[in-house]
Design a protein around this ligand. Structure first.
Ligand code: MOS
Length: 643
């Protein structure tokens, strides 16, 4: 067992208590070896999960030499647990030589493929069912070994077998966002033009996993000619990492957006101006145009909130210092093919969307119903959505990478359009009109000559028949970069006596193309910001420094944010369709809102107090130490001025 929680034996029984009692009887002879737990040490010793990744564009050394100011700083982030309310779990039941797997998953079809591979079955012998799920955040993209074990036990027991993680198990082997240590450098001319960006990132990945794109924000967010990044992925005797809501970008944006504010201070420039000045008009990595980008519009909308800093600061008193900070954001989220959907229209004029996708809990089901309803010109209550079963619908994409809506939405829209065309073809014959003069709207077939007929006048002719529409997700635009963008601002109050921080307001301005469901989108933003607040202040997986066992297994030790921690959250979506991206023009919103929050808060803390915080989570001890350092810097400046 190379880390705590690695599977060594499996037991099935009639009841959970029996299974637990039997598991305690399993005798294991352990040989205790030294644990490798420190990421820097692992890199030194060459214990890596992937080759060290380097990237360079332009001439980094020249960029540094051309700068009027160079800022270098160390940042770190902690190990985090996903803690979906529903833990990892499955029920496996054999039906002859085929198996049904009920499982909490972000990717029904990936699960089908992985389980088939693990069991040596043709994929069509595996049926995966997940109609509802209680969150994943990236931890439920793939099939964990617990599923293959449950399948094997079910085979031997000739009974369905359920395997589920307890909350304690979830917090050990449910996956984690890897900790990082980062050294970043930002250099600019006096006018704020970036001349060089550099980052060296060490990721504590655990025993297994992959190297997330921690350098992504540094490579993508700004138009800087000279960039150099180095990323190490340390293999350690700790549980494997897993994708976690914008993996890499959360950690990399934390350092990049903090160091940019330090650079702005060094140059005496406005942080918003600095970000505008270095706006990337094309993909800074390869010069490709963006399919759409409204980050400048986000910046414009940020101005009145940023303007409030004077008034916010003025409300400071001896104890509570107040300030405003900001951070920009970019992430993927364009989705892609393949994905398929069917739309079934019955004689009663009701439609059913059928596709074997999952709803991770974000309301994808509702969004699909809205897309079909609009295309068919009927109200939402006349649309049902059947999802969640690989045996009852076509292939659908993963709910990861903020891609469910941009991948599935276009397929549903094209299936509904296919059904609409068939209705109009029938209507053209029946009512003796040119098909091109007919459309669907308000539950009616509408003719350009002003006549209209209820939809059921056509669908009713079908009696027991149905109109079947079929749709697929087209390709992404070639030669273009598809990304999401945003900026967040934070207003904070810092108690300089105790180091307590109150976040009073978060403003989240995001550009994700066309918004389908404004209420659902707002929930996505609020959820992302609240999860980010936990990452900023309270969540922290702690490991025993000698054995590497996880100390924070329960929710009283691992502190998730509660409703009492939630500030006012202002959501503002640009809502401009991406005209190059699919028949829908929508990008995903699952991940963008968690990306910039921590840096916006740290920048607000600096704005309020001068304290420079560099490690997550931001604790009171760190604030107090940073305040002392800021005072010391202030005294040195005064002394230098006097001399
Ligand atoms: Mo996600 S972290 O791309 O499921």
């Amino acid at each position: 067992a190379p880390y705590e929680g690695a599977p060594v034996a499996a037991v099935a029984a009639e009841t959970l208590a029996q299974a637990e009692a039997a598991a305690r009887l399993v005798a294991i002879e352990w040989e205790v070896l030294d644990a490798l737990l420190d990421a820097d040490e692992a890199v030194e010793r060459g214990s890596l999960l992937a080759p060290t990744r380097t990237y360079e564009r332009g001439d980094y050394a020249r960029g540094l030499a051309e700068a009027d100011a160079v800022v270098e700083a160390d940042y770190s982030t902690q190990t985090l647990n996903h803690n979906p309310l529903e833990t990892h779990q499955c029920v496996c039941e054999w039906r002859g030589d085929a198996i049904d797997v009920y499982v909490s998953t972000q990717y029904i079809w990936g699960m089908r493929r992985d389980i088939a591979e693990a069991l040596g079955l043709p994929p069509d012998k595996v049926r995966v069912i997940c109609e509802f799920m209680g969150g994943g955040f990236g931890a439920k993209n793939g099939a964990g070994s617990y599923i293959a074990l449950a399948a094997e036990l079910a085979k031997r027991a000739r009974r369905p077998v359920r395997c589920r993680f307890s909350r304690r198990e979830e917090n050990v082997v449910g996956g984690n966002r890897n900790a990082t240590r980062q050294r970043v450098t930002a250099a600019a001319r006096a006018d704020g033009t970036l001349t060089a960006l550099g980052g060296e990132y060490t990721c504590a990945l655990g025993w297994d996993g992959w190297l997330p794109p921690t350098s992504g924000p540094m490579q993508l967010l700004y138009a800087c000619e000279n960039v150099r990044t180095v990323e190490h992925g340390a293999k350690l005797n700790l549980p494997p990492m897993a994708a976690f809501r914008a993996p890499g970008f959360v950690e990399g944006t934390w350092s990049l957006e903090c160091v940019l504010d330090k650079l702005a201070a060094e140059l005496g420039l406005d942080p918003l101006e600095l970000r505008k000045r270095n706006h990337a008009d094309v993909d800074p990595m390869d010069g490709r145009p963006f399919s759409s980008k409204n980050l400048l519009e986000c910046y414009r909308r940020a101005e009145p909130h940023w303007e409030r800093r004077h008034e916010v600061r003025a409300r400071s008193d001896e104890v509570w210092k107040r300030g405003v900070g900001m951070a920009s954001q970019s992430w993927y989220g364009g989705g892609g093919p393949p994905s398929y959907a069917w739309v079934r229209l019955g004689s009663d004029g009701r439609a059913t969307v059928v596709t074997a996708m999952q709803d991770i809990g974000t309301g994808t089901r509702t969004a699909m119903a809205m897309i079909a309803a609009e295309e068919l010109g009927i109200t939402l209550d006349r649309v049902d959505v059947q999802i969640g079963d690989s045996a009852r619908g076509p292939f659908a994409s993963i709910s990861g990478g903020s891609s469910t809506l941009p991948s599935m939405g276009p397929a549903v829209r094209s299936a509904a359009a296919d059904a609409r065309r068939q209705v109009l073809e029938l209507a053209a014959q029946r009512f003796e009109r040119e098909e091109s003069t007919l459309s669907l709207s308000g539950g009616n077939i509408v003719c350009a000559d002003g006549e209209r007929w209820p939809l059921e006048e056509i669908t009713g002719l079908l009696e027991n028949g149905q109109i079947l529409g079929k749709g697929s997700r087209g390709p992404n635009p070639t030669g273009m970069r598809v990304l999401t963008f945003g900026i967040q601002l934070a207003e904070v109050a810092v108690d300089v006596g105790t180091g307590e921080v109150r976040v009073e307001k978060i403003v989240a301005i995001h550009d994700v193309g066309r918004v389908i469901n404004p209420l659902g989108a707002r929930s996505q933003i609020e959820g992302g910001v609240i999860q980010a607040l936990g990452h900023t202040f309270s969540e922290h997986r702690l490991d025993d420094p000698h054995t590497g066992t996880v100390l924070t297994k329960t929710l009283d030790a691992y502190k998730l944010p509660t409703i009492a921690d939630v500030p006012e959250i202002v959501c503002d979506l640009v809502d401009e369709p991406d005209t190059h991206l699919t028949n829908l023009g929508s990008k995903g919103l699952g991940e963008p809102p968690i990306v910039p929050t921590a840096a916006a808060i740290a920048n607000a803390i600096r704005d309020a107090t001068g304290a420079d915080v560099t490690s997550l989570p931001i604790t009171r001890e760190e604030i107090l130490a940073a305040l002392r350092e800021a005072e010391q810097r202030g005294r040195e400046r005064v002394a230098a001025g006097a001399a």
